[in-house]
Write a protein that binds this ligand. Sequence first.
Ligand code: NAD
Length: 271
Amino acid sequence: MSNHLFTFKNHNVLITAGASGIGRFIATSFMKAGANVHVADIDGSAVEEFEQSHPGALTSQVDVANESSVDRLFGTQRDGHGDLDVLVNCAGIQGPTAPVEDMAFDDWRQCIAVNLDAAFLCSRRAVPMMKTKADGKGRGNIINISSTAGWHGYPWRSPYSSAKWALIGFTKSLAMELGTAGIRVNAICPGTVDGDRMDRVIAAEAQNKNVDEQQIRDGYTQGCSMRTMISGQDIADMTLFLASDAASKVTGQAINVDGHLESFAVSNPSA
Ligand code: NAD
């Protein structure tokens, strides 16, 4: 899809985990559509690389699961670009792959922190900025990157699935709180996105189940009606649509971009 379908000139957009993976597709798509983009990511070298390859972008190296770091991040946002029009809560880690009885509490908590707490911390700071928009009437968009694991159980990935379900509850609750303030809140549930992250997930599952990686990879596409993986650009396209006026009455939704995942049981053949 052409990004030129939408224009975000003079829109201030913050994308967490925007220096690589899906977030990077979202950030570059907003830049191409004319937005003032701020990328926040914990990975210093990825941030540096993004800054060099995308002159004009504002960047912050930051852990968005840390409260005081998020406070600093929003100070940089205000000083650098001003109040936000769009917040994309994309930060998330895959978390541990293990049976629940073998899972360390610290690993559980870290997964919940990055996938869920970060969205709370950033939204809490973004909402007051959005409420001042449109001469105080309020205007803005929050888009949370959940997962099809937010609709299905995910054996051996229980903290990840739990956080992504919770993110949908968070999305719907904020949509209800903020509907009359002109702020729309939606979630996107990506299916299996081709890239480094899925390579790591597949390797961990293969090791855990003692099968070869190709079997796990095939399982992911066989569980999907379109027999395909999803691209980062597919997720970016949906993000721009949701943030655009074309979606002006869309809020409180969790929209799958997954080629129609029929069943996680099929995707996890040896689960
Ligand atoms: P990725 O692992 O490729 O990249 C994630 C980025 O997040 C990295 O740049 C990393 O540095 C950054 N990051 C990690 N922890 C952070 C923190 N605490 N603070 C700031 N930045 C942090 O991941 P991805 O595949 O691009 O996934 C992006 C989002 O999409 C995640 O929320 C993920 O759960 C979700 N998702 C991914 C898939 C998939 O198949 N890849 C499917 C469904 C949902």
